[in-house]
Write a protein that binds this ligand. Sequence first.
Ligand code: ADP
Ligand code: FDM
Ligand code: MG
Length: 211
Amino acid sequence: MMGSTIRRGTLIVLEGCDRSGKSTQARMLVDSLTQEGHPSKLMRFPDRTTTLGKTINDYLTSAVEMSDQAIHLLFSANRWEAMKQMEADLNAGTTLVVDRYAFSGVAFTAAKGLDLQWCKNPDTGLYAPDVTIYMDLPVDEAMRRGGFGEERYEKEDFQNKVGQVFMQLRTPEWKIVDASPSIDSVHTTLLDIAKTTIDRAAKSPLQRLQW
Ligand code: ADP
Ligand code: FDM
Ligand code: MG
C-alpha cells in the first residue's frame, strides 16, 4: 500500500573562503527552496548562540586566547551538539542549508600547520552532506568585496593557506562553483544543484562522514 511516507530532507553544505558569498547564497537558497515548496531551514557553523558558540565567538573576536587544539575541538563539538536537531529536521522532511561545516573546521586548523588527519578525527561520524558546494573565489577578489573585517582569521596570507587545504579536501562529488559572477547568477546555479540533490537524496539513506 502506498503510504504518505515523508521524504527525508537533504543536507546541503556551502563551503569556501571568507567573502565568497556563502551567507548571502545560503539565505537566498532557503528562500527560493521554501517558495518552491521544499521546506528548508538555514543553519550556520559556528552556531554562536549556544554556550560553546559564545566561547567560539570570544575566540574569533580575540576576547580570549585558546590553544589551536582546544578551539578546534570546540568547533567540532559545536557541530556535534546540533546533530540531534539536524536528525529530527531531516527526518521530518526539512532540507538543511548549512553555511560552513566540518570542511571549514579542518581547513582553518590545518592551515595553522596541524596534522590533517588529526583535524579530521573529531568530525568523523557527523551527518555527511548530500552535496558540498564550494564557492570558488580568488582571495584577492574576495578582499575587493569591501575588505576583511576584524576577526581572527581575516588575513590574506592565512586565507590563501585555508584555500589550499580546501582543495586537498575536495572529492569528485563536490560542486565547485565559480563565485565571481553576480549574486543572482550564482544563485541560479546553486538552486539548480540544490533541486537536483533533493531529488536524488530522497532515494538514499543519510550517510555519516568518514574521511
Ligand atoms: P561569506 O559568507 O562567504 O563570507 P557573504 O555572503 O557575507 O560572504 O558576502 C561577502 C560580501 O560580498 C557581502 O558584502 C556581499 O554582499 C558581497 N557579495 C556576495 N556575493 C557577491 C557576488 N556574487 N558579487 C559581488 N559581491 C558579492
Ligand atoms: N571556522 C569555522 C573555523 O575555524 N572552524 C570551524 O569549524 C568553522 C565552522 O570561523 F573564520 C572559522 C572560519 C571563519 C570563522 O566565520 C567563522 P563566519 O563569518 O561566521 O562564517
Ligand atoms: Mg558568512
